[in-house]
Design a protein. Structure first.
Length: 236
């Protein structure tokens, strides 16, 4: 059994089986994850398998998605105006476009090569790159803001992912992160847990512990009407 990615304990027990996928939770900290670890290659292939469906859906919701992205970009700008901006999991490119409109110098990265091609076509002239965060080469440059919305739950190892975000950021840089809360799935009786697309779920405490171990400080969580986790953090 592999150790807990959040607390390091060897204290997992079965939680549920949903759609043929077994989930387990750590008795020590409450972190929830898929029992069987996917390889990075298998996870990337899964993320890239339905990009056309995602693109069609995003195009239908284009106006509302852009409105939300612009709203969030303005909020980030008020906290940290200007500078280099990294959208981790840039998807169809909404936030990269919104950040550029605000005055940031943005780059978007996504594990799905198909979505990167679609984003380049939808927002020509913007900088989109395919691949995992930890495999990117930014030429020694560091970012002043990182946006990571509904991404960390898709990763294979959240410790590597969180350290990768920190490594890409300048000291004092700002992180805005969102992810589902484990209680959303507890309320529905551990059904529709979205495996293997989603591989883990956090509580407020477990996501903070993970980020602090990666070098983040000043973590502030927003009130979300119990619909998920939204937080700000600073690269120490």
């Amino acid at each position: 059994m592999r150790e807990c990615e959040v607390c390091g304990a060897d204290a997992f027990e079965p939680l549920a089986v949903d759609a043929g996928y077994a989930w387990e939770h750590c008795r020590s900290c409450g972190f929830v994850r898929l029992r069987d670890l996917l390889t990075p290659a298998a996870a990337a292939a899964g993320e890239d398998s339905c990009w056309e469906q995602y693109t069609a859906d995003y195009e239908r919701k284009f106006t509302s998605k852009m409105r939300r992205s612009r709203r969030r970009a303005r909020r980030i700008w008020r906290r940290r105006p200007g500078g280099r901006f990294l959208d981790v999991g840039s998807n169809y490119g909404f936030m990269v476009e919104a950040a550029a409109e605000c005055g940031f110098d943005p780059i978007g990265i996504d594990i799905s090569a198909g979505l990167v091609r679609a984003a380049r076509a939808r927002f020509p002239g913007r900088d989109f790159r395919a691949g995992a965060l930890e495999d990117q080469d930014f030429g020694g440059a560091r970012f002043d803001c990182v946006y990571c919305s509904e991404v960390i739950e898709h990763t294979v190892d959240p410790r590597i992912f969180a350290r990768g975000m920190a490594a890409a950021m300048s000291p004092g840089a700002l992180l805005y992160l969102t992810t589902p809360h484990v209680r959303e799935y507890a309320r529905r009786g551990w059904r529709a847990m979205a495996a293997p697309d989603h591989k883990m779920y956090f509580t407020e405490d477990t996501i903070e512990r993970l980020l602090r171990a990666a070098g983040f400080t000043d973590i502030k969580q927003e009130f979300t009407f119990r619909r998920g986790i939204k937080l700000w953090a600073v690269r120490g």
